[in-house]
Design a protein around this ligand. Structure first.
Ligand code: UGA
Length: 439
């Protein structure tokens, strides 16, 4: 909405939320999320054509177009628990829109929703008194965290799904007018509602599938002395394959991949496409296996015991340039390391507050330390889980001197100079390539 307000000065954008605390933060200079480039763009339009408010009913009443962006977490109870989407917030929002609308509105699904959710939305909006007309569009979001601003300012594509009726196509054109302020026409794709809803799930499933695929090859590389970075490069240079999303790591994280794949699995099961469901479920299973493999590699290298050993954890966010830790591999990995009775010194440039919350219920010794040089004081090993660029620039000679010997480093992202670390004296364990060990 910030980018829309920046690019479309002729539109008034009001963001409403039930959380007063969050709205207050959006109205302050400390935004509730960290996203490079966002603060200056908020500051340039806030109070002009971008407003943040808790007056939801008024916001609904005044709007011509409503983007529904409420959360759609995995349902944790009853039918479909652990896989299906919990649609209670969508339904509550639909009812609220219905109850506060006095004029016709376009309702845009921005939240990621199961296929045919627009139907349920339409049924609620058109129930009872029918004097107000609603047209529902699907406009899924493809931006990634950490690059949200540039993804939105320069998108590969914008997808708009609508009904193939006169009013559906008219509503679609109204939404297209907004994006045409800055997105070239050829990057706007229009489809029917169901294709649009499904494309969102499939885009994330295919991206995650590439990561799980390369992670399986990483384990084969470790067994055979092949190097996964070389394999990724060799296959990625083929234009039919492409180079992106082929970096092996400790597993993918974030609030979307696991949730969206499980939702896809649930949809397939619902339609009794059990083989298809099993295929996609395996992408998630391999991810779980990859996180556990990272822990096992640490355990095996460190003489099969971590009891009382100190480990510095470099990076807790699910990826760099965000403070977001939702479903971060670091959560699983740290819990497992604590189970093995390791003492953790966790460092991250932006995610320590979230890390504290994520691990608050876990027993074991853990400290949260801003400065990586302080975090490595007296540790036996470093587990690098998030590839923050600042970690590449650290003085590893100085770090080595502060550590217990033998010193281990488990580069879960293959982002450090392994030969240089080995020369300093580290025992280096990358992902998907042979270790460099002095032992
Ligand atoms: C993902 C999609 O990339 C977006 O297109 C989508 O809009 C978004 O989900 C969403 O549905 O909201 P995001 O979760 O922000 O975006 O981050 P990604 O860059 O996709 O990374 C996800 C995870 O995969 C991270 O943990 C990252 O470290 C991992 N990853 C990524 C790898 O392990 N290897 C790679 O080669 C790439």
């Amino acid at each position: 909405m910030t980018i829309i307000a920046n690019k479309c000065p002729d539109y008034k954008v009001t963001v409403v939320d039930i959380s007063a605390e969050r709205i207050d933060a959006w109205n302050s200079d400390k935004l509730p999320i960290f996203e490079p480039g966002l603060l200056e763009r908020v500051l340039s339009v806030r109070g002009k054509n971008l407003f943040f408010s808790t007056e939801i009913d008024l916001g609904i009443d005044e709007a011509d177009i409503i983007f529904v962006s409420v959360n759609t977490p995995t349902k944790m109870f009853g039918e479909g628990a652990g896989k299906a989407v919990d649609l209670q917030f969508i339904e509550q929002t639909a009812r609220r829109i219905k109850n506060n609308s006095k004029s016709n509105k376009i309702v845009v699904e921005k939240s990621t929703l199961p296929v045919r959710a627009a139907e349920a939305l339409a049924t609620i909006l058109h129930s009872g008194d029918n004097s107000v007309e609603f047209e529902i569009l699907s406009n899924p979001e493809f931006m990634a965290e950490g690059t949200g601003v540039s993804d939105m300012e320069n998108p590969d594509r914008i997808l708009i799904g609508s009904r193939d009726t006169a009013s559906g196509l008219a509503a679609r054109d109204v939404l297209m007018d907004i994006y045409l302020h800055w997105v070239p026409k050829e990057r706007l794709i229009t489809t029917n509602l169901w294709s649009s809803e499904l494309s969102k799930l499939v885009a994330n499933a295919v991206l995650a599938q590439r990561i799980s695929s390369i992670n399986t090859i990483a384990s084969l590389c470790e067994a055979t002395e092949a190097d996964v970075t070389e394999v990724s490069r060799a296959i990625g240079m083929a234009s039919r394959i492409g180079s992106k999303f082929l970096n092996a790591g400790p597993g993918f994280g974030g609030s979307c991949f696991r949730k969206d794949i499980l939702n896809l699995v649930y949809l397939c099961e619902y339609y009794q496409l059990n083989e298809v469901a099993a295929f996609w479920e395996q992408v998630v299973s391999i991810n779980d296996y990859q996180m556990e493999r990272y822990v096992k590699r640490i355990l095996q290298a460190m003489f099969n015991t971590l009891v009382g050993k100190k480990l510095a954890v470099f990076g807790f966010a699910f990826k760099p340039d965000t403070g977001d830790t939702r479903d971060a591999p670091a959560i699983y990995i740290c819990k497992r390391l604590l189970e093995e009775k390791a003492c953790l010194k966790i460092t991250d440039p932006y995610a320590l507050d979230n890390a504290r919350k994520d691990l608050q219920l876990n027993e074991g010794k853990k400290e949260f330390i801003e400065d990586p040089y302080e975090a490595v004081e007296g540790v036996h090993a470093i587990a690098l889980i998030t590839e923050w660029s600042s970690y590449k620039k650290l003085d590893y000679q100085k770090i080595f001197e502060k550590m217990e010997k033998p010193a281990f480093i488990f580069d879960g992202r293959n982002c450090l100079d392994h030969q240089a670390l080995y020369k300093i004296g580290f025992n280096v364990y990358p992902v998907g390539k042979p270790e460099l060990s002095h032992l």
